[in-house]
Design a protein around this ligand. Sequence first.
Ligand SMILES: [Zn+2]
Length: 286
Amino acid sequence: MGLSRLGTALRVPARLAVSRFPERIVETQAAACWTCPACGTQVQPLRLDDGRWLRLRCQCEMQASAQQQQERQRALLAQQRRELLASQLFGWLAPAQLAQGPPGRFESFRLEARPGDTPQTVRQRQLALQEAQRFAQDPQGTLLLVGPPGVGKTHLAAAIARASVETGTPCLFACTVALFEQIQVLLRQDEDYLRLLQKAAQVPLLVLDDLDKPKPSDFREEVYYRLLDQRFQSGRATVVTANHPPDQLLAWLGAAGVSRLLGAARILELGGPDYRLLPRRAGAVS
Ligand SMILES: [Zn+2]
């Protein structure tokens, strides 16, 4: 076919998309004769059994095609990696029922006013959604979502976690109740729970949901401090949700933990009615 001859002395542009090459199988010989504008090669057509013509490829088209294949391969690997990260997101604390995690995507976060809302609580939700989306794009520092139960803190925290793994940032989501349960399980089995904490300390993004739901204790204070301090020292991003306002978190975190958490935290307050107590609307996701 003389294809090797075509491959010599080419000045191939840095990057040609496969899509810029004409159709390869055409009706007429004339249409299958084509000169590549990039390398100047005139490619000869091949007559196919069905009478149509196959345009052969010049060197740059073959390169572009190989490149496209590589890109597909890379995209596939990236997709597999995202799926792996997503599967670890909620399942890392082991219980299978938690593998799906709490529901929550940015698209399903409800902004509209509900009975019991004030203009301020509606504005808080808008701001919290914006800030959470911004944080998910580029997780830096600590984001603290505070407010009474059922105002959407966990929803936003889960949405941040999902968005972050979708863009390739590994993230672990820990409902603190499940975290301490898992630590108990490991302690009972005489296993090292520090490895679990190490995982939480080292992941690029950690979500600690319901920080103040387990009762305060010296042990929990120690765990929180260890986690927050390591993450703070290494500059890793953390999202925390809590019911109590920051100045009341002392009981769970101690003075050192509070200073670690609040040192550079962006605090988003949410208010309004508890959506779990509102009548459900068809199709609504909370
Ligand atoms: Zn060419």
